[in-house]
Ligand binder design. Sequence first.
Ligand code: ZN
Length: 281
Amino acid sequence: MSQYFDSHAHVNFSAFKGDGEDILKQCLEEGVFVVNVGSQYSTSKRAVEYANKFKTGVWAAVGTHPVHLNKGSFSYRDPEEEISEVEIKTNGEEFEREKYLELANDAKVVAIGEVGLDYHHFEEGIDTDPLKEKQKEILKKFIDLANEVQKPLIIHCWDAYDDLLEILQNNVADKKGIVHSFVGSYKTANKFIELGYKIGLNGIITYGESYDRLIKEIGLENIVIETDCPYLTPRPLEKSKRNEPVFVKFVAQKIADVKGISIEEVAEKTTQNGKEVFGIK
Ligand SMILES: [Zn+2]
């Protein structure tokens, strides 16, 4: 049986409140390693708690998603732009260095994330410049934290690849990391790869042919796979179905199909990449 590695899951989110631990057990039985990623302090802490319930195969990342830096709400729309918008409330979290440092030092924490820049999900009609500045400032603080604990980054970036590149060039993260849920061009991907980052691909690549060129142009050695569950359920599954880490196999299948290689090769190489970037032996 091939081993898979979901490098970005949110079994620590409330969508898995009743069955998160069972889902993770099932992942391990089905040969899927999982990194649960925090999006604010509370979900980061829960990710660490989940990881510590398992001897191996489940790890955590801790950080504040850029949308949670601003208090308010925004409407989230499915990337296929067909399903109705969902209102997401954000709590205006401040950067609490000491609290995150304590979590980050846990042996099961393999990355700092998700952190980054999101210029897409701003409330309508507000002055976005101060918010962008705040996101940049906090991202730099998380890069410092990553360097302090010598762990890589998991970066969320939407509509902000140029600013992200500039920050990563000027604020070197020693252990590099992953640009997750990548939706840019292969040329942009290559700029991150040159800086030493891996490209995280998820269910979005299964929604059509928009990312086939990206998949073809970037080497398998630079790709990690992920689900970003409970969101972004890959096709051919029903879009209304809750996404789960085991469905990372559909992402692997799409990469295999586009590259004309076997799914076993995609599984093996992306698992190796995941272990390598997270420093897992
Ligand atoms: Zn995520």
